[in-house]
Design a protein around this ligand. Structure first.
Ligand SMILES: [Zn+2]
Ligand SMILES: [Zn+2]
Length: 292
């Protein structure tokens, strides 16, 4: 199976902000196009993971995104996912999952427990977009330490199912001693493996030609060694990016040794067989067939 567990429906147009009832209609329209594209691409499970800070569930919970709150009514979002889920089930595929991408800060984490009771979420993605409580201008090594520390804190909270784009920081910072970096990554992979929290392989780096940095091959290898499961995410914010790069991520995962992808239903993890990469036609066999 291939999955895309990290997608954002198109943003609620400015004119609709404040008109809550219209949000559901907007989301349904956008999500239907995503579902149709996922079906064309053969994606078995598609997860919608809107940013928590855009939804009315958590106004101002992510301090640096406070102005963007209100770009999506939480009730309209959840209902829209339920609607396209039922429509997609009637068509046979893909399976639709309800999620949110949640910035790893204490104020969002405290909301998640309540959110789980209120809405039928299947999984949560935890993201570090900014490193909390760290002053500007710190060195790369401290920034890496704070970044991986934030991820381990999220893992310890027990509320996240997969860590979104965990390699994102690698494109932003200057290189540091590989030995120290590997130590931080190994400690993080060990914590994730012990807690059963997955790592997302994000296609963002694939689309920008950054594979090796993001996803960081060393971190992927360490996660495999520590038994960390994987999810895939295109992090599409528009239809054209949906599913793009997922098969390349699968190839990378396969080469590392992964044979399963994690899926989630109401928080319960189900590992599914990873769709095997298509093999290049055997050159020798072709030559024989051609009588060369
Ligand atoms: Zn993100
Ligand atoms: Zn995202």
């Amino acid at each position: 199976m291939l999955t895309d567990y990290h997608t954002h429906p198109e943003r609620v147009p400015k004119g609709l902000v404040g008109h809550w009832k219209a949000h559901q209609e907007h989301f349904v329209g956008s999500m239907r196009t995503y579902v149709a594209r996922a079906r064309e691409l053969g994606i078995g499970e598609l997860g919608f993971s809107e940013h928590i800070y855009r939804l009315t569930l958590a106004p101002g919970a992510v301090p640096w995104e406070a102005e963007r709150t209100g770009q999506g009514d939480i009730g309209g979002y959840v209902e829209a996912v339920e609607q396209v889920k039922a429509e997609s089930a009637a068509e046979g595929a893909p399976v639709i999952r309800l999620s949110m991408e949640v910035d790893i800060v204490p104020s969002t984490v405290s909301i998640l427990q309540e959110a789980l009771r209120l809405y039928p979420f299947d999984y949560f993605l935890g993201s570090v977009h900014r490193i909390p409580d760290v002053a500007d201008g710190i060195g790369a090594e401290e920034a890496y330490r704070a970044y991986y520390g934030a991820i381990r804190w999220a893992v310890g909270s027990g509320l996240f199912h997969s860590i979104a784009h965990p390699d994102r920081i690698h494109r932003k910072l200057d290189p540091i001693s590989p030995r120290r970096l590997e130590g931080m990554m190994a400690e993080t992979a060990a914590a994730m493996g012990a807690a059963g929290v997955c790592m997302e392989l994000s296609a963002n780096g694939v689309r920008r030609g950054l594979v090796g940095i993001d996803p960081n091959q060393e971190f992927v290898r360490l996660c495999f060694e520590h038994g960390v499961g994987i999810t895939f995410g295109s992090d599409a914010h528009k239809l054209d990016d949906l599913g793009v790069g997922i098969s390349e991520l699968r190839d990378l995962a396969w080469e590392t040794g992964y044979r399963e992808v994690a899926t989630f239903e109401r928080g319960r993890r189900i590992d599914r067989p990873l769709l095997e990469p298509e093999r290049e036609p055997d050159a020798d066999a072709e030559a024989v067939a051609a009588g060369v």
